[in-house]
Design a protein around this ligand. Structure first.
Ligand SMILES: CC(C)(COP(=O)(O)OP(=O)(O)OC[C@H]1O[C@@H](n2cnc3c(N)ncnc32)[C@H](O)[C@@H]1OP(=O)(O)O)[C@@H](O)C(=O)NCCC(=O)NCCS
Length: 141
């Protein structure tokens, strides 16, 4: 899988993909990628940023262009994340997803993740109110 790696190009895809959580700008993407243990997986139509550190891997963000969805890109990126996490010695993977994001939750469930808990009111949508975060985990061993 290969696609754009420039934070500005990734920010365009992120802006097309998110309102909750809010989209990340190029600077935030660049700073996240510079953190220890961070890695980027890209495809022409989407990307995933993960982090693996001290035996644990976190899926930090995943976005697929709206006009390229339901073609398996998201599932392929998540599968590549699990491989990359194992290759970096992680034994467990986790992620947070908005409670109303049923598409992503279905994708993660098919990739072997299960709900492990909730963070009430974690996300603040621009239109007001609050949305819970669902914490999902998966054993990598
Ligand atoms: C979630 C997202 C990454 C999925 O990407 P995608 O490339 O469309 O996913 P895939 O085509 O690989 O879908 C794999 C499976 O996930 C599930 N799925 C994906 N989109 C779905 C939807 N809209 N509704 C229900 N299930 C869905 C299905 O089980 C699907 O398999 P199927 O197409 O055989 O039914 C994409 O919709 C997206 O970028 N959304 C906005 C950003 C976001 O929510 N990111 C994740 C939160 S961190």
């Amino acid at each position: 899988m290969t696609g754009p790696t420039d934070p500005a190009a990734l920010a365009v895809i992120h802006a097309e993909s998110f309102t909750v959580p809010r989209p990340w700008g190029a600077q935030e993407i660049g700073e996240t990628l510079a953190q220890p243990g961070s890695f980027l997986l890209t495809d022409a139509d989407g990307f995933l940023i993960g982090r693996a550190i001290a035996g644990e891997a976190e899926l930090l963000t995943l976005a697929v262009r709206p006009d390229a969805r339901r073609r398996g890109t998201g599932a392929a990126l998540v599968a590549a994340f699990l491989d990359a996490a194992r290759a970096r010695g992680a034994e467990r993977a986790f992620l947070e997803v908005a409670a109303d994001n049923t598409a992503a939750q279905a994708l993660y469930a098919r990739a072997g993740f299960a709900e492990a808990g909730r963070r009430p009111g974690y996300y603040r949508p621009p239109e007001g109110g609050a949305v819970d975060a669902v914490v999902m985990t998966r054993d990598l061993r």
